[in-house]
Design a protein around this ligand. Sequence first.
Ligand SMILES: Cc1ncc(COP(=O)(O)O)c(C=O)c1O
Length: 404
Amino acid sequence: MIKNYLSHTTQVMKSSLIRELVAATKNVPGLISFAGGFPSPATFPKEILSKLYAEVLTDEGRDVLQYGASEGDSQLKSELLKWEGYDYLTQDNLVATVGATNAIYYMTRALIDEGDVILCEAPSFLGSLVVFDALQADVQGIPMDADGIDLNRMVEKVKQIRESGKTIKFLYTIPDFQNPAGISMSLKRRRELLKYCEAEGLLVMEDNPYSRLRFSGEELPTLFRIAREEMKNTYLVTEIISFSKILGPGMRVAYAKGDESLIGKMVSWQQKVNVSPDCVTERVVAKFLAGGYMNPHIQSICEFYKPYLAKMLDTLSATMPAYVQWTKPNGGIFLWLWLPEDINADKLFFQAKDHLVAFIPGSKFYPEGQEKFNCLRLNYTYSTLEQIETGIGRLANLIKTIYA
Ligand SMILES: Cc1ncc(COP(=O)(O)O)c(C=O)c1O
């Protein structure tokens, strides 16, 4: 009945299939799941946060229980600028949001008219793909190699799209420990990509929830920093940073950093959608930063996760047949498996469920009609070390029997 009243956009809107797949594996006794994208609850800084929530409410409740600023709490923004060391930015370059998802929504809302093209890595984060889709963008994926997005393929694609008369507005990229592939873009590729985007008039949305979860190897400058500091370009890159994998996704704290003219438009959207982010939680995060808790906490998370990644990589090496390949990230929370062309991971998902192990089939991370089927995503931050060993062993045995 209500269906007849729904807008066309709502009627054709897709849900995030991953949630359904994760739900399908929920109540299967003994099943080991590498499907979700959850951080380990053991990494949530519960004691410090409960102390800070109590202090903020007691000491500053009159202020933070009131309606807040649409651009975000000024104490939080001031602490964020100090934390990241951006002395040349001002608060007008920042908007605090309810999770990265909202920042992604506001930026897309500010830039996209129906049918405009958004370029992205293929595969990419499904949560963003469904936002782009809901806002009626035409999403076009570009393959990656070991150094990140394949620039030659991007040049070809841009040419093709422009020849068809379409407008490309921005590139959506996750340069560090990409979700879902676990690939990080090399420094050389970052520079080449930005030069190309600048020359072609393409904006960049840099989604960065994982760069601080680095367990080994050298930290790379963000696209935002390269654009600002090496290229002196203030508007090319807008960076979105989430605290979901650092403090806990339930807090829904994130922020976007960019040229003040675009940030201002994102604030206007936030005013309409949310009025403001959660003022209490924003102030708690401001105190978390001001109290010097953030960097030691991040270091402790990295130390916590490191053995889980190592266990998954070691078990894959020990159990998988030679025709299976996987990425070997130095951080983040995912890795990606390539299977032989004739194994379809959508089908393998259901066979794996019967063998009590779950993953997300790779096809779910591609824009519609551009899927690859012989690939899958594994998460290693929500299982025990024993579960990783047993679960990867089950998956390897299944693949070997199918492909025998
Ligand atoms: C690449 C990427 N972007 C954005 C998000 C969503 O972040 P948030 O919880 O801050 O909305 C995620 C969450 O998994 C992600 O992997």
